[in-house]
Design a protein around this ligand. Sequence first.
Ligand SMILES: [Zn+2]
Length: 301
Amino acid sequence: MGETKIMPHINSGLHHVQIGDVAVTALNDGQFDADIAWVNGIPAAEGEALLRDSFRVLPPRITVSCFLLQTGGKRVLVDAGAGGAFGHVLGHAGERLAALGIAPESIDTVLVTHAHVDHVHGLLNAEGGARYPNAEIVINAAETGFWLNKDVQAQAPESAQEYFGIAQRSLAPYSERLRLIHDGQDVLPGVTAKHLPGHTPDHTGYMIASGDASLLIWGDVVHLPGIQFARPEAAMAFDIDADLGRASRARALDMVASDRLLLAGMHLDFPTFGHVRRSGAAYAFEPQVWAPAATGLYPAG
Ligand SMILES: [Zn+2]
């Protein structure tokens, strides 16, 4: 008998959920080591205790995912992952699509939540061109107004300059195919933009509704689920306006808990789908329990 090894290819990094007529697939892009020092607004020791109590590792890890929507004969991505920006740690979304037999040329639209590297750098192929050559890019008008504006960039601190450069490079091959949207706008049939600003100036989630079913893909409202559902006031060092982000997180958590809305997020633990319930003065995340009907394997009822 040889040594027993884990077979990484067994974990496909794919998970399907059926929302009415829309097939939604979470595509895991990878996971990276974070630092408890990135959490602000609560004591580091409390953050570490929350992670230990939820059987998570220290230092904390941040999962990155993006999503594929298939509806009405169209293929739509929500964000594109990190591409080649972090070596082999992130940037696996393209492989997930390939595993599904989906060619990059067949992606019609990419809905962007915000222009941070782990969401838009995957729009680029290895040569720095458009990985999705036929896709229209949908993004909040004020988000591009921030990242693509040289005057805004000139006012930003040195530490932020790299972020501006990455956003500009990632969107450049699509400059003729950018569709700029506003809060509350219907961006595609059954898909509405939800303004959740703060993490970046005009960070945007997307609400998907079909028949009786709905799903909010809320982008980066939470980066560390082991901490931020229990302590929503905990913000992240790379939130551009932490207080505005806290207000958006409070509003989003109240809405998804009150409406019993199915939720997914780019940094929730894979496969990311679940519900939020109130827990004392804060919240708890309940991962969606696997069921064949919910995953579209056979019809409900
Ligand atoms: Zn992110």
